[in-house]
Every structure is written in structure tokens, then in C-alpha cells.
Design a protein around this ligand. Structure first.
Ligand code: ZN
Length: 110
């Protein structure tokens, strides 16, 4: 790269898996025919991310969207697989309704 004048803040680190999960979660939940309340959605998101390896990449801020498309193509299948597994688990054991009792951390036990 010829351009050395960019400040370091022009770069961002992104967990590709997280970006993909957030992009796909609503569609997967709809396909799983499950509750889509905010608690279930965040539970599915957290569980799917626990099942996936994290994959951090450093991108130039201006390149974020095009580069994410490249990674999206590479990891799309595995993200969908784990998201569907997460949807299935939350659908069978929804945690909406048992909040507020304890600051429960949902997925530590496994
Ligand atoms: Zn729910």
C-alpha cells in the first residue's frame, strides 16, 4: 500500500462470525418457527457465537462491507449450521420468562 498517511483509526477489528450471525439470525429464527422475542433472539445469538470459532480480521474502515462479503461467502455454511442448532436449542428450552430472578448466565453449563 502506498498510502501511509491513514491514521490507525482508519482500521477496525471485526469478528466475522459475529457479523454473520447478526446478519442471519432473524432469518434462521423465522425458519425455525420459534419465538422471536428479544430474549430468545439474544440467546440464539450468544449460543451460536459460543458454538462458532471467533474469527477476527482487521479491515480498513472503507473496505468493511466488500471484505465482509468475501468472508460471508467463506463462512456462510458453518454459520448457518450453528445458528440452526442454536435456534433448535433455544426453541426447546426458551429462557424468556425466567429472567430477573438471578443474573443468570445462560450457557456456562454444557
Ligand atoms: Zn422468546
Amino acid at each position: 500500500m502506498e498510502n501511509n498517511n491513514q491514521p490507525e483509526t482508519a482500521y477496525v477489528s471485526i469478528n466475522v462470525m459475529q457479523a454473520l450471525v447478526e446478519e442471519k439470525v432473524d432469518k434462521c429464527m423465522a425458519e425455525a418457527d420459534m419465538c422471536t422475542c428479544p430474549r430468545c433472539r439474544i440467546d440464539v445469538t450468544a449460543l451460536a457465537l459460543s458454538l462458532l470459532p471467533s474469527k477476527y480480521v482487521v479491515l480498513h474502515a472503507n473496505d468493511t462491507l466488500p471484505m465482509l462479503t468475501v468472508y460471508a461467502n467463506r463462512y456462510s455454511a458453518v454459520v448457518t449450521t450453528q445458528l440452526m442448532a442454536a435456534c433448535q436449542r433455544i426453541k426447546e428450552n426458551p429462557r424468556h420468562g425466567d429472567n430477573d430472578k438471578r443474573g443468570n448466565i445462560a450457557f456456562i453449563r454444557d
